[in-house]
Write a protein that binds this ligand. Sequence first.
Ligand code: UTP
Length: 303
Amino acid sequence: MSKRVKTAVFPVAGLGTRFLPATKAMPKEMLTVVDRPLIQYAVDEAREAGISHFVFVTGRNKGVIEDHFDRQFELEATLEARGKTRVLKELQQDLPSAGRTSFTRQQEPLGLGHAVWCARDIVGDEPFALLLPDMLFKSRRGVLKQMMEAYEETGGNIIAVEEVPMAEVSSYGVVGRGDGSDQSFRINGMVEKPAVAEAPSNLIISGRYILQPEVFNLLADQPRGAGGEIQLTDAMQTLERQQPFYGVKYEGQSFDCGSKIGFLTANVAYALDRDDIGDDFLAALSRIGLQNRLMDGFRVAAE
Ligand code: UTP
């Protein structure tokens, strides 16, 4: 039987240059989709999947993430005194239990692979989940939970994948499809940001992983790859020659909140779905003429 996955790593040390100036003093992972920071969605997803230890790889200007997962006695006392018990309860529910969070620093943003390596001593010799908080998934069942179910069957290493138009593969890590079903299959090769002609498929790596600890040894000696960064995909490529990797095509919709378009679309999708503000938001959108512009867009697309 495969070892249970109890730890999740959240790399949050990137510079977030695509969101400057918003991210000059504030971490990208604290940007909000409606009223919850991106990092909170990722922690919620990990908890739903049964994770009990939350490891954050932070950097400069990221102290606010540590504060976010701490209690705020003054705020709590004020909410209590004002009778705002519902929001107080929600705040308390959002927190991982005492002693279940760990923080370490990536002193220089040398790339995702390097950020993951920085968590090696905290994770130890155990399989772990890895969640990139800027990838947000709207799904009935959390994406990591779907992956955990696959992991219980197969063990090994699991990567969440999704299909994109072939013309877009060069912006992502791409996997080759081996044996298996449409939803879950053995991965056969992977490559970071390939040219379209060299891409093994249109299945991209989507920011959720379950990895075996041997990846840390490979990351220790991993030379810089695409973009001059230490790339996780390069180390996984080597690991894949030694251990099985499986792709899970998850059910749900993804939003790349590291890009402005993905982030704004996520806000619209989540806000429209909210019982408390969805209808009012739709009305506000129609007041700025958005519905008409959408209909024009559909008409253009149909022509
Ligand atoms: P991204 O490449 O999307 O984040 O990394 P970035 O580098 O901060 O963004 P841009 O391109 O400059 O706008 C995905 C995740 O990996 C983390 C980021 O914080 C993000 O959550 N990361 C990336 C690190 O922790 N360290 C790194 O060196 C790079």
